[in-house]
Design a protein around this ligand. Sequence first.
Ligand SMILES: Cc1cc2nc3c(=O)[nH]c(=O)nc-3n(C[C@H](O)[C@H](O)[C@H](O)COP(=O)(O)O)c2cc1C
Length: 158
Amino acid sequence: MLGQFVTGVTVVTAMPDDGPVGFTCQSFGALSMDPPLVLLCPGKGSTSWPKVASTGRFAVNLLAQDQIAAARGFAVRGSDKFAGVRWSAGGFSGAPLLSGALGWLECEIATVHEAGDHWIVVARILDLAAATGRLPLTFFRGTLAGLGAPPPGPGGRS
Ligand SMILES: Cc1cc2nc3c(=O)[nH]c(=O)nc-3n(C[C@H](O)[C@H](O)[C@H](O)COP(=O)(O)O)c2cc1C
């Protein structure tokens, strides 16, 4: 039944000493304006999350509708998730900012709460940026899909 609730799709990334890590994450949301906080819910079984957490800082990449391959690729455990993926390092976290995303946030972990088989991670926004001319990727009833044709006009950051 919860698949009836449509969400966007993100890829959460970080840059530990042994190289970039990331995982696809739909359980992301705005939390607080003052201070600026977001939340996300990594599963306890994720092997990427402990590596992200070890750095204390991470990036949230809001995926655009033409990034279905990234959404799928970053959900495959043990694969070379960054193969063929274009990104640049975030100035506050060093975390990969994926080219072509709809928006990017760099965050610092504030608190982590235990909740069943997931963690609830509360994080402070350090920086954020948005692209123009792109539409979001959505996840609905187990299916990744875009919203339709992008609005006319030039794109923003790539
Ligand atoms: C559309 C989509 C949404 C996902 N959302 C979440 C999520 O909110 N939290 C989570 O822990 N895993 C989520 N996953 C699964 C993780 O991406 C996946 O378990 C993880 O990448 C496994 O690899 P890891 O062990 O490297 O973390 C999602 C996967 C997909 C395809």
